[in-house]
Ligand binder design. Sequence first.
Ligand code: NAD
Length: 333
Amino acid sequence: MSIGVGIIGAGIMGADHARILAGQVAGAHLVAISDADEARAKSIAAETGAKRGVNDPMGLINDPAIGAVLIASPDATHPDFAMACIKAGRHVLCEKPLAPTAAEGLKVIEAELSTGRRLVQLGYMRRFDPGYAEMRQSLQSGRFGEALAMHCVHRNATAPSYFTSAMAIVSSCGHEVDVSRWVLSAELTSVHVFKARRSKLSHFDDPMLVVFETDKGQLVDVELFLNAQYGYDVKGELVCETGTVSLMPPADTVVRSTLATSTGLAPDWRPRFADAYRIQNQAWINSIRSGSPTGSSAWDGYVATTVTDAGVKSLETGQTVQISYEKKPALYA
Ligand SMILES: NC(=O)c1ccc[n+]([C@@H]2O[C@H](COP(=O)([O-])OP(=O)(O)OC[C@H]3O[C@@H](n4cnc5c(N)ncnc54)[C@H](O)[C@@H]3O)[C@@H](O)[C@H]2O)c1
């Protein structure tokens, strides 16, 4: 049986997800796309073969032809839409973050707990990136001993004009929070945000260096530089006792010309993580069909927001901030 999918938000990510679900994912069909800009919803619906484009997110959530909802509207709208989906019994793939703050994220956890089943998956797609997956597998194989540290670099060409230093921590660094926990199978216990000299091409603290400690005594450092100008560039290196594992620059070809060799860089995250989005979205549909949840859970979303809340506090105070979590409910064991 094909799963009827509705998408809320038809901006950069919602449109991309619609194209992936329509063209690259089996076992699902697009029923409706809702956006605050109805003309945009209609245009993406027409392009991807969705039955209708509307400005009616609650109507979409409560449409009986829709079994699963992908939330790709702005961050602040995620908790309310996720809770409405849970109430209607819909499966959810919610773009990150689960909520702008941990307190708002906990309300989604409570709503999901009240149903007794996992309905929400978070769009931390790096768990489906073949490079990070191999990094995690290498650690789990035991070939290189214990993990000691993880180095991460997260650079964008330019950040949107509405971006702030706090958003860089919550919205961008959230990816490293989730993927480092997943690769290391560890929890982050403290965070310290260092502000570097600010680029004159940025309107917020940029770059920043974020350093986490884990409950296994490891260090995770993240350079966040969201106005790096030259392109989208994500790096990762896992440092173990007898070896390291680094992400390869994602390129199919190398150009040699005029005394130089070069590979291309993506302008933004979509081409860089195209495989990850496709694999994630297929895994989401498969998990609904099989009844076995996959990917980041709502709990992982809550944890990420707890960590980023602490990161914002460190940004404001200049101090190391210890991170504590609610007790993990059995549903997410
Ligand atoms: N996983 C990733 O790698 C990744 C990358 C970028 C963005 N994101 C997340 O995806 C989400 C969307 O980001 P984007 O870059 O597509 O933003 P965007 O601004 O391009 O698109 C957001 C869309 O939501 C619509 N919208 C606003 N309020 C709405 C509402 N109440 N109901 C329905 N639609 C509404 C807007 O009209 C717009 O079309 C954000 O939460 C963002 O953090 C995730």
